[in-house]
Design a protein around this ligand. Structure first.
Ligand code: FPP
Length: 230
């Protein structure tokens, strides 16, 4: 019988890299890779929920991605539209909620509206959360936090700083996964990653299937987290 993973992380965050290369290998446009990536993301969320993970944060659009060619960005916006009109309904039906981090005010207005509705219409008693990082950059998030603290006019603690970040009501990620072969964090959850375990794989995100996800969780579950202690 397959062994049960006991030490399951509460919050997993994923840098979904490699969609472009996956498409290129198939002589297809990059947007084709992003569409395949979105399918992989949906399957991953289902698997995460089934494994007992509570929060799944995905880097769907970085602040830097906004500088990509118009055609690619339009493709990504179309996927966001599809996700928030169609796919969120399946999430709701499973008692799951969607959340967003990042500055969405730079996105097209209709996309902003769909995102807000998607978040608001989420079940209030959700036991599982998909958090989409959209126009997200950790440094920009930290600067927003600092400015909010300054306008309060008083010194703040680490806990208060955490509560001023976009991730205010979520625990820090226990595990950050990056697909696609690069070994860096690329401005993703820099504050929140302080004690996260990191997992890197060469697998391109559209190929990062349930088995690969399970492998990452299994790897995490064997690690000895000491949080700076002995
Ligand atoms: C990085 O791959 C990935 C992205 C820039 C976008 C990730 C988005 C998805 C997986 C689907 C989006 C889901 C929603 C809801 C919008 P890359 O293009 O940098 O790949 P490369 O390194 O191979 O070029």
């Amino acid at each position: 019988m397959k062994q049960q993973i006991i030490n399951v992380p509460r919050h997993v965050a994923v840098i979904m890299d490699g969609n472009g290369r996956w498409a290129k290998k198939r002589l297809m446009p990059r947007t084709f890779g992003h569409a395949a990536g979105m399918n992989a993301m949906i399957a991953m969320a289902r698997k995460a929920k089934a494994m007992g993970i509570t929060y799944l944060t995905v880097y769907a659009l970085s602040t830097e991605n906004l500088a990509r060619p118009k055609e690619e960005l339009e493709g990504l916006y179309s996927l966001i539209r599809k996700y928030f009109t169609k796919n969120v309904k399946d999430l709701y039906a499973e008692g799951a909620a969607v959340r967003v981090i990042g500055d969405i005010t730079a996105l097209p207005e209709d996309v902003q509206k769909l995102i807000k509705e998607g978040v608001e219409n989420s079940p209030k008693d959700a036991q599982f959360f998909v958090i989409l990082a959209l126009n997200y950059g950790a440094r920009a998030e930290i600067v927003r936090m600092v400015n909010a603290a300054i306008s309060r006019g008083e010194r703040i603690s680490e806990e208060q700083a955490s509560a001023l970040l976009d991730t205010a009501d979520m625990p820090d990620p226990d595990l950050i996964i990056r697909t696609g072969g690069e070994i860096r964090l690329s401005n993703f959850l820099l504050w929140q990653a302080a004690y996260a375990e990191l997992y890197f794989t060469d697998v391109l995100f559209p190929d990062f299937d349930e088995k690969e996800f399970e492998k990452a969780i299994d790897d995490y579950s064997r690690r000895n987290r000491r949080f700076g202690k002995v």
